[in-house]
Design a protein around this ligand. Structure first.
Ligand code: NDP
Length: 323
């Protein structure tokens, strides 16, 4: 059964849209007809050859996808499923193709209330944002505790984190380098939009405490400043490096204010945690609330969209329609 795929090769042209067969894919135990795949920062690094994401070629990128089971010993044909992470689109062929071959243990049946498009409008970004919110809740931070900073607010993780946190009653301060995004971020639920330059600076080891928590998609200097400007007992979740991999801090936020720095890894998050997060996302972030943040493209638009993603020019989520 031939189908169209976007594949990355190790010779020129690196990126090709080509017709392949299931036998050309790295084998899993379940064939899925892909309906939508979401583009993430990691996909953009792979497609633009900016980061060493892919080492084995040719590879279908696409770290998340949703679709319908065609053939499996573990799922009935026709079951709607979603997949994020597990190294798919990095070490195993991903979602930017008409058909994907997955391992059944990576797939989650779509929870009630979630269509394939809705799931991919949320995608890895949505799962990561919800895991961060769950970590903030686990750390005892409530809406009464104080404001929550969301950095990289204009991006996929940031936007969904704002929507979920605001829906739970938290006071969300969106930190963005793009003033033109302010209205969209407020429409998602941010009470305040802080200019990125206010936090992308050298901070003293401790400054006045502002945040009760944070969802940091940026890392680097931004995360250093967030840690120095946290209230006692704050929970800071870190999942991204759009602003750099370095982290300059001191022990003071931790030993003088009891600040908790919680890393978020959505790629290998256990299935039970994922299922809980997706069930919450289905109701916390309705599809209609994301419409203003969704750009839908076909495979031919992937390369351009990835260039815009690495340049920080994309607002919200890019969906690639496969069927
Ligand atoms: P996006 O590209 O959609 O968003 C990233 C945002 O970060 C941009 O929109 C921009 O927001 C901000 N940003 C970009 N470049 C810089 C910079 N140089 N300095 C400061 N801010 C910058 O990515 P995602 O939202 O999909 O992902 C965000 C991060 O989280 C990425 O690093 C990604 O790799 C990581 N991630 C990690 C996961 C995990 O499991 N740990 C899972 C998913 C993502 P603005 O213009 O508003 O300032």
């Amino acid at each position: 059964m031939p189908f169209t795929a976007f594949r990355i090769h190790d010779d020129e042209p690196r990126n090709r849209i080509e017709t392949i067969e299931t036998g050309d894919l790295r084998a899993g135990d379940t064939l899925v007809k892909v309906t939508y795949s979401g583009l993430n920062y990691k996909d953009a690094l792979a497609v633009t050859n900016t980061g060493k994401i892919i080492r084995d070629f040719p590879m279908v990128p696409g770290i998340d996808y949703a679709g319908t089971v065609i053939e499996s010993e573990h799922f009935a044909p026709g079951t709607e499923v979603l997949l994020t992470g597990w190294g798919v689109g990095e070490r195993h062929d991903g979602g930017l193709a008409g058909v994907a071959s997955a391992k059944a243990k990576w797939l989650l049946p779509l929870p009630a209330g979630l269509s394939a498009r809705h799931a991919m409008a949320l995608g890895t970004a949505g799962l990561t944002a919800m895991l961060a919110v769950m970590a903030i809740e686990d750390g005892g931070v409530t809406p009464a505790s104080g404001p929550i900073a969301v950095t990289g607010a204009g991006g996929g993780v940031g936007g969904i984190a704002i929507k979920v946190l605001a829906g739970l009653g938290y006071d969300v301060h969106a930190v963005s380098g793009r003033p033109e995004q302010a209205e969209r971020l407020k429409a998602l639920g941010a009470s305040t939009v802080v200019d990125r330059s206010e936090l992308a600076r050298d901070a003293k080891p401790l400054e006045a405490g502002i945040w009760a928590g944070a969802v940091d998609a940026v890392g680097g200097q931004m995360l250093s400043t967030i840690l120095a400007t946290c209230q006692p007992g704050a929970v800071v979740t870190a999942m991204g490096n759009a602003g750099g991999i370095g982290l300059k801090t001191t022990v003071f936020p931790f030993i003088l204010r009891g600040v908790r720095l919680q890393g978020i890894d959505s790629v290998f998050a256990p299935l039970d945690k994922r299922a809980a997060a997706w069930a919450r996302l289905a109701t916390a972030v309705p599809e209609a609330s994301l419409e203003g943040s969704i750009e839908e493209i076909g495979l031919e638009g992937v390369e351009d969209a990835c260039q815009r993603l690495v340049a920080g020019q994309v607002a919200g989520r890019i969906l690639v329609r496969l069927a």
